[in-house]
Design a protein around this ligand. Structure first.
Ligand SMILES: *[C@@H]1O[C@H](CO)[C@@H](O)[C@H](O)[C@H]1NC(C)=O
Ligand SMILES: *[C@@H]1O[C@H](CO)[C@@H](O)[C@H](O)[C@H]1NC(C)=O
Ligand SMILES: *[C@@H]1O[C@H](CO)[C@@H](O)[C@H](O)[C@H]1NC(C)=O
Ligand SMILES: *[C@@H]1O[C@H](CO)[C@@H](O)[C@H](O)[C@H]1NC(C)=O
Ligand SMILES: *[C@@H]1O[C@H](CO)[C@@H](O)[C@H](O)[C@H]1NC(C)=O
Ligand SMILES: *[C@@H]1O[C@H](CO)[C@@H](O)[C@H](O)[C@H]1NC(C)=O
Ligand SMILES: *[C@@H]1O[C@H](CO)[C@@H](O)[C@H](O)[C@H]1NC(C)=O
Ligand SMILES: *[C@@H]1O[C@H](CO)[C@@H](O)[C@H](O)[C@H]1NC(C)=O
Ligand SMILES: *[C@@H]1O[C@H](CO)[C@@H](O)[C@H](O)[C@H]1NC(C)=O
Length: 508
């Protein structure tokens, strides 16, 4: 292992040298000469692996074709609250300590508010004199106890209380409660986020750059489409290829439980969910179009970075699991990621792996923040998409970690199942359990694409996939692979599970 990890000193030197050029390069990239604006659009539960971007034609044209599409973008944890906490802090879950979607698992908890949230990236944008705006879903437990809490760093705050909804929700508007009903023209949340962001852009001060984070509820359940899109995609079904309805016989305990082949009721349920998810995304596609048009009309389009991504992926029928996220497989950990902006050449398809913990350092890098003063585990990917602005290298491997959710008692609608499980619908197939707790290391380089995962369950189960030969993860090769490879991956995993800052940024 010696020599594989760079010492902190070497890493710092690599980060610092380009930083000296920062203020000039990024700020003067656009002809206007002002500091660059930044917009981050974060969808909820949008997969990229099973066609989640297909309905978003305008987004692909206005962001992807106008800039860079990262085809190997991952979340470091495939569940909303831990993933969003990673986006905000640039840290792995073992460092921000948000474990699940409950208050007791630190989702928007007091400990989170006093700790990680107080040094999340928006705080540093405030220090760089950015005008900041948030609208949409924040963290699953946000505002349930106190809508008065506005996290530091935000000038304008329009945050959803609790988990994604499209109607009948409550917002915290700069700390004041605002209740909404179910009239499309007044309340549809995706459109409301769009409208308020456009007003913010009209009202902004031209003296300072702006940062907007827009977090629509789509395509999360309850999948409520705008009225004009309710009839779209009538013939669309979830894709049937790859691992669809394949039995997960050689996989961890939870994956050996689903009914296989899936009953008709599960198939109908997941096809309907798949269609409705696409319908809800059409309003997000409209959001992107409206924003780009507004940026153009206020003459800021060529001085604004626009990021489009999601908190985690999603599955519909893979390995006979009906619908959800939370699994270590490609469909749940891969996310869409597209970026346009100054210095990014159009129509680029980038292969280097990037993570959701890289968003915070990338955004701060653009803002002119000195990254060595920020405590993040991720690294800026500005050099990958805009090499004329910054030198840098990609990481060859990374960590994905997840703490399974369960219930202490058994599900009353599934009396045959014991306690410790959760998300057992439809047809009493459970998508999660306390022992669906795992950590994986992924090696992703030109010649290697290998995933190694260890479970914290009674079997200490191990799954290994060679994604070069088996992109759908149909065969767990733990018993076939060279033991030396297993040992090296195990060692790498142990180091990453306790990494912090520089020691997470392994690579050459
Ligand atoms: C960034 O911060 C580090 C540590 O605080 C400091 O040593 C360095 O000089 C700073 N770099 C720049 C470009 O200001
Ligand atoms: C950016 O847009 C402004 C206003 O439309 C224009 O004057 C300027 O030349 C553009 N800059 C670049 C780099 O294209
Ligand atoms: C919640 O976070 C605090 C520190 O921010 C930590 O001490 C505590 O152990 C965390 N709780 C869980 C369940 O991880
Ligand atoms: C919103 O709440 C009202 C009153 O409880 C209810 O009648 C209506 O069906 C709800 N609308 C939606 C879309 O859930
Ligand atoms: C958003 O703005 C459009 C155009 O002004 C309007 O038609 C629509 O009703 C608004 N929707 C919401 C939810 O505010
Ligand atoms: C990148 O590195 C090369 C070679 O060291 C150097 O010539 C170039 O100026 C650097 N570019 C930037 C943007 O830092
Ligand atoms: C969330 O994490 C906490 C702390 O580990 C745990 O007590 C709680 O049961 C978890 N919630 C769920 C739904 O698993
Ligand atoms: C996982 O948890 C379930 C529910 O508590 C239990 O029935 C099962 O035996 C456990 N499996 C392993 C491998 O730990
Ligand atoms: C993975 O598969 C590729 C292509 O078949 C093969 O070249 C490589 O040796 C395999 N790697 C491992 C670790 O088995």
């Amino acid at each position: 292992m010696a020599g594989e990890r760079r010492g902190p000193a070497a890493t710092r030197a690599r980060v610092l040298a380009p930083l000296l050029l920062l203020t000039c390069c990024v700020r003067c990239a656009a002809a206007g000469g002002g500091p660059s604006n930044i917009i981050l659009i974060l969808a909820d539960d949008q997969d990229v692996h099973l066609g989640g971007m297909i309905p978003m034609k305008k987004t692909k044209a206005l962001i992807g074709d106008a800039g860079a599409t990262f085809v190997n973008a991952f979340t470091v944890t495939p569940l909303c609250c831990p993933s969003r906490s990673s986006v905000l802090t640039g840290r792995y879950p073992h460092n921000h300590e948000v474990r699940n979607n409950s208050l007791s698992g630190n989702c928007s908890s007091a400990a989170w508010q006093q700790g990680p949230e107080a040094s999340a990236f928006p705080v540093f944008l405030g220090k760089q004199k950015y005008q900041t705006f948030f609208a949409g879903k924040y963290l699953n437990q946000y505002g349930k106890k106190d809508v008065g809490h506005v996290p530091p760093g935000w000038d304008q705050w329009h945050a959803l209380v609790g988990n994604s909804q499209y109607y009948n929700y409550t917002l915290s508007v700069n700390g004041k409660e605002e209740k909404h009903g179910d009239v499309y023209e007044a309340d549809y949340l995706t459109d409301l986020i769009t409208n308020r962001s456009l007003h913010f852009l009209d009202d902004r001060s031209p003296q300072h750059p702006f940062f907007l984070m827009l977090a629509p509820p789509a395509p999360h359940s309850p999948w409520t489409a705008a009225p004009q899109y309710e009839k779209q995609f009538a013939d669309v079904k979830a894709p049937r290829d790859g691992s669809f309805d394949k039995a997960g016989k050689d996989k961890h305990w939870l994956l050996r439980q689903p009914v296989n082949p899936m009953p008709e009721s599960s198939l109908n349920f997941l096809d309907s969910a798949y269609r409705k998810r696409w319908q809800t995304l059409l309003s997000v596609d409209d959001m992107v179009e409206a924003l780009v048009q507004k940026l153009d009309s206020i003459k800021e389009l060529n001085n604004t970075y626009v990021f489009y991504t999601s908190d985690n992926g999603y599955h519909t029928g893979q390995f006979s699991l009906p619908i959800d996220k939370r699994q270590l497989y490609e469909f749940d950990i891969r996310v869409p990621l597209m970026v346009r902006g100054p210095g990014i050449k159009p129509k680029q398809t980038l292969q280097a792996p990037v993570l959701n913990i890289d968003l915070a350092p990338t955004i701060l890098d653009i803002s002119g923040t000195n990254l060595s003063s920020v405590n993040v585990d991720g690294q800026s990917f500005l050099p990958l998409m805009a090499p004329s602005l910054r030198n840098g290298t990609a990481r060859p491997f990374f960590l994905v970690e997840y703490t399974g959710e369960g219930h202490q008692t058994s599900d009353p609608s599934c009396p045959k199942l014991g306690p410790g499980l959760s998300q057992c619908f439809p047809d009493c197939v459970c998508e999660d359990a306390f022992n669906n707790t795992y950590a994986c290391v992924r090696t992703l380089e030109r010649q290697h694409d290998l995933q190694y995962c260890e479970f914290a369950d009674s079997e200490s189960f191990v799954e290994v996939y060679n994604l070069t030969s088996d992109p759908h993860q149909l065969e767990n090769i733990v018993k076939k692979v060279d033991p030396a490879v297993l040992q090296a991956m195990n060692q790498r995993l142990i180091k990453l599970q306790s990494c912090q800052g520089d020691s997470c940024r392994v690579g050459n």
